[in-house]
Design a protein around this ligand. Structure first.
Ligand SMILES: *[C@@H]1O[C@H](CO)[C@@H](O)[C@H](O)[C@H]1NC(C)=O
Ligand SMILES: *[C@@H]1O[C@H](CO)[C@@H](O)[C@H](O)[C@H]1NC(C)=O
Ligand SMILES: *[C@@H]1O[C@H](CO)[C@@H](O)[C@H](O)[C@H]1NC(C)=O
Ligand SMILES: *[C@@H]1O[C@H](CO)[C@@H](O)[C@H](O)[C@H]1NC(C)=O
Ligand SMILES: *[C@@H]1O[C@H](CO)[C@@H](O)[C@H](O)[C@H]1NC(C)=O
Ligand SMILES: *[C@@H]1O[C@H](CO)[C@@H](O)[C@H](O)[C@H]1NC(C)=O
Ligand SMILES: *[C@@H]1O[C@H](CO)[C@@H](O)[C@H](O)[C@H]1NC(C)=O
Ligand SMILES: *[C@@H]1O[C@H](CO)[C@@H](O)[C@H](O)[C@H]1NC(C)=O
Ligand SMILES: *[C@@H]1O[C@H](CO)[C@@H](O)[C@H](O)[C@H]1NC(C)=O
Ligand SMILES: *[C@@H]1O[C@H](CO)[C@@H](O)[C@H](O)[C@H]1NC(C)=O
Length: 739
């Protein structure tokens, strides 16, 4: 008898277990766990277990000889799978550069990951590009971006001291990952290496990894702890989608549609991944990818999330909360009903009037308190961002056309920061198109994050930027300070960026005159910032995508995200090198000191871009030709300028002008800042060239043109160190072959 009972129980237990396994897996007979990792459908191990081959995993003995099994997706070891968020955690390799004592040079290992064609995307919200090193410039290169940062230690100018738990330029730096990345590779700039400091810090690392898993320790710089910890791979988060179809497209094929559970929904408004995923409807939980995977939530078992002070009854997809027959519901509480005696009616009526009044009073007090709290938070941010200072200044200086916007105003203008309003995304923030009341178009920039020091300076900086009034600089109309990260409101410039004009494939002809005009106007804007603003303002991130163009192709310099007011004392030097690959002043990166000549360098790159129609940084080129400035300087040195010029403008008529602009650009690209000309000198020269070009007689009377051009060469030669230049017949300078 007992035996019978026992086996009956066993049978029930076994069938219960089978039922559970079937619920967690998609297909019967498939493994639902590998090592310590749960493998929910749509993922599956081996043949016919995953929803399609893209979700197929293998369960392997990672280390031969041990019985530790681990799931693998291709070469990646899978650590965790989240069905609700559509994320998967895997281990990927890091990139490393180390001093090699036996060769006396550097050893490199560059890691890459290629998810192209798969249903996986690098998560932009969970990962960061993390660089560790004492003299390191490393970047993540993708099909369309180059993003990175540089870190340094104990630089005398900056007094950078690496600190445990802090990753902001000292020994460690981080950069944000853009959206929708499937291919990425780590990459070191070889000019920044640890050859000279190998005794204290032999290695640098670059890893695209989960932000939450990283905590910087100073021991990463001096020992091999970081490498030893993550030798088997750094944790990185990928977003996934079932296929790249939209929900509507996917529903058409009943056999392949993935959201098969009752009470499941299809979602395809994914921000990073492209395609669709499934989720259980509200009130249900479980696996939407398997039949009947979404189960009703019994809310009554979870009083904390679904509070109910009365009798809780679970319903399908919801629950009800009611009171026993002898009581009634009041403000979510059950009140016992009192039997009313006839003579007590007036007392009861009076009491209820009083209680109603009381309740109303309490509610009003509560509302007022909450509103006050919100007000206080807003005031706190406002003060933190230097709002008071700005306010006082504005009161004293009347007539400043600068507005402090409220958060609501900007929310309304940008349609609640709708994604469709996004004009551009960069390292410093996201720019939205907005429509203010009165139909005024603006660009609203929401900064990414700013640090404590920047917060205090913000208001002051705003005031100075607001006073800039130059026809070639995008006008700052106002800002919003009552939010955690401040927002800036700029005038809206309709015609895109110079980058789009040059590199966008519109097949549009851009004449030399137009190019010269844009270059000259941009130079004027920078001259104004450098020499007319007080204190001088350094832009810090000049590039073709920061030069906007209006309807008449008038240039407008924008994005002062990286800009600082020229420092008046040493402690104010910027500590984190920011900028864009291909445009960064090499001297700035070495000394971490931004000067007006750094802007000159970047402007030189823009000039070369205008001349050659080539991008400042070309990933696909061989090692020494990645940087446009390098290629350009090489061409100049070897007397092969004509080879690199854009065919559209290369003709004999233009040649004298092209040569002189190229010479100007070469001066801007001098390695040493002191040898570069000032922005004013550049602007004056470009202005003169424009005038010469406009004069119709210039073409016929070439002698006069030559004398004009020659005159300028004399001026520019002042800026070279030892007269390494010689004059050519045309009066245009040429570089000595010795240089
Ligand atoms: C150093 O270089 C040698 C020769 O290229 C190489 O065999 C060795 O593996 C390198 N050592 C390290 C630690 O990379
Ligand atoms: C990435 O993989 C895809 C398909 O597997 C391939 O076409 C592409 O060339 C690869 N990209 C790189 C940069 O290797
Ligand atoms: C940082 O932490 C490591 C251990 O995690 C320790 O060895 C090191 O001394 C600490 N550095 C500083 C500057 O406190
Ligand atoms: C990072 O490590 C330090 C000790 O080195 C610790 O004090 C700090 O709490 C850690 N931070 C996080 C976010 O884990
Ligand atoms: C290391 O950097 C220096 C310049 O700082 C450079 O001269 C040298 O060639 C670099 N070494 C390697 C191996 O790249
Ligand atoms: C529907 O999906 C199945 C399974 O992926 C596939 O074999 C079939 O060809 C698809 N049918 C259509 C009409 O696309
Ligand atoms: C799922 O829904 C279908 C139709 O909506 C219904 O016929 C079927 O019984 C449901 N299955 C379960 C287990 O509720
Ligand atoms: C996608 O749409 C659902 C409702 O359809 C909404 O709840 C969710 O917030 C949206 N997600 C994003 C990222 O827009
Ligand atoms: C739920 O919690 C409230 C207190 O938050 C308690 O009064 C009530 O009795 C609880 N209900 C159940 C069914 O446990
Ligand atoms: C659950 O019921 C409440 C009212 O009883 C309703 O307000 C709520 O929208 C329902 N929730 C769902 C998910 O249907």
């Amino acid at each position: 008898m007992t035996k019978l009972l026992h086996s009956a129980c066993l049978l029930i237990c076994i069938s219960g277990a089978i039922g559970l396994a079937a619920a967690a897996a998609g297909h019967p007979g498939c493994q639902t766990r590998c090592g310590d990792v749960d493998i929910p459908f749509p993922f599956g191990i081996g043949d016919h277990c995953a929803i399609h081959e893209g979700f197929r995993l293998e369960c392997d003995n990672a280390m031969k000889g041990t019985s530790n099994q681990k799931p693998f997706w291709g070469d990646f070891e899978v650590i965790k799978i989240s069905m609700e968020d559509g994320k998967v955690w895997v281990k990927a390799y890091m990139s490393r550069q180390c001093y090699n004592q036996s060769t006396g040079g550097m050893s490199y290992s560059d890691a890459s990951a290629n998810l192209s064609g798969s249903s996986f995307w690098l998560s932009d919200t969970d990962n960061k590009i993390t660089v560790i090193g004492c003299k390191t410039l490393a970047y993540m290169t993708t099909d369309s971006y180059v993003i990175g940062c540089s870190s340094a230690c104990d630089n005398k100018v900056n007094k950078l001291t690496p600190k445990n738990g802090s990753c902001s330029g000292a020994g460690c730096c981080q950069a944000n990952v853009p959206k929708s990345i499937q291919y990425y590779q780590g990459y070191f700039n070889e000019d920044y290496n640890t050859t000279k400091i190998w005794m204290s810090s032999p290695c640098s690392y670059m890893a695209v990894m989960e932000t939450a898993a990283f905590n910087f320790s100073t021991s990463y710089l001096t020992s091999s702890v970081f490498y030893d910890t993550y030798k088997g791979g750094v944790p990185v988060v990928y977003d996934w989608a079932i296929t790249s179809k939209t929900c509507t497209e996917a529903r058409r094929n009943k056999t392949s549609y993935a959201c098969i559970s009752n009470n499941s929904q299809c979602i395809d408004n994914l921000t990073n991944a492209q395609g669709y995923r499934c989720k259980c409807s509200n009130g249900y939980e479980g696996n939407p990818y398997i039949k009947d995977g979404c189960k009703d939530i019994d809310e009554c078992l979870n009083n904390a999330t679904y509070p109910c002070k009365g009798i809780c009854t679970n319903t399908l997809g919801n629950f009800t909360c009611s009171c026993s027959p002898g009581s009634y519901m009041m403000n979510g509480d059950c009140m016992p009903k009192k039997k009313l005696r006839f003579d007590s009616v007036p007392v009861v009526v009076g009491a209820s009037i009083i209680s109603v009044v009381l309740v109303i009073t309490i509610m009003c007090a509560y509302l007022i308190k909450e509103r006050r709290k919100l007000q206080l938070i807003k005031q706190h941010y406002f003060r933190q961002h230097g709002g008071l200072l700005l306010f006082e200044e504005m009161k004293s200086q009347q007539g400043v056309a600068f507005k402090i916007f409220s958060h609501e105003e900007l929310q309304e203008a940008t349609n609640r920061f709708n994604e469709q309003q996004i004009l551009g995304q960069g390292g410093h923030g996201t720019v939205y198109k907005g429509l203010l009341k009165g139909n005024m178009e603006v660009a609203v920039k929401r900064c990414m994050t700013i640090n404590e020091h920047q917060k205090k300076e913000f208001g002051k900086e705003m005031l100075i930027l607001s006073q800039i009034n130059h026809k070639n600089i995008v006008k700052l109309l106002g800002c919003c300070l009552e939010v955690e990260v401040p927002m800036l409101v700029y005038e809206f410039i309709p015609n895109g960026t110079l980058f789009d004009l040059i590199h966008g494939n519109h097949g549009q002809q851009i004449s030399l005159a137009t190019r010269l005009q844009i270059a000259h106007e941009s130079a004027e804007a920078l001259t104004y910032l450098h020499s007319c603003a007080s204190p001088p303002i350094l832009h810090g991130d000049i590039k073709s995508s920061n030069i906007l163009l209006d309807r008449n192709l008038i240039a407008k310099v924008s994005d002062f995200g990286a800009s600082i007011l020229a420092p008046t004392d040493e402690s104010q030097f910027v500590t984190l090198v920011q900028g864009t690959c291909g445009y960064l002043d090499p001297e700035y990166m070495q000394l971490c000191q931004l000067t007006d000549k750094s802007d000159v360098y970047s402007f030189g790159v823009v000039l070369v871009e205008l001349l050659t129609c080539q991008k400042a940084f070309n990933l696909n080129a061989p090692e020494h030709e990645k940087s446009l400035s390098m290629r350009f300087l090489n061409a100049m040195k070897n007397n092969k300028l004509a080879d690199i010029l854009d065919d559209q403008i290369k003709n004999s008529e233009n040649m004298p002008f092209l040569e002189e602009i190229a010479e100007l650009a070469a001066q801007c690209l001098e390695m040493s800042g002191v040898n570069r000309p000032s922005m004013k000198h550049i602007a004056d020269n470009l202005d003169r060239l424009r005038k010469v070009m406009q004069h119709p007689w210039a073409e016929q009377n070439s002698e006069e043109l030559e004398s004009l051009l020659g005159e300028s060469s004399m001026v520019s030669s002042r800026y070279t160190s030892t007269g390494n230049f010689s004059m050519e017949r045309k009066g245009v300078m040429e570089l000595d072959s010795g240089r």
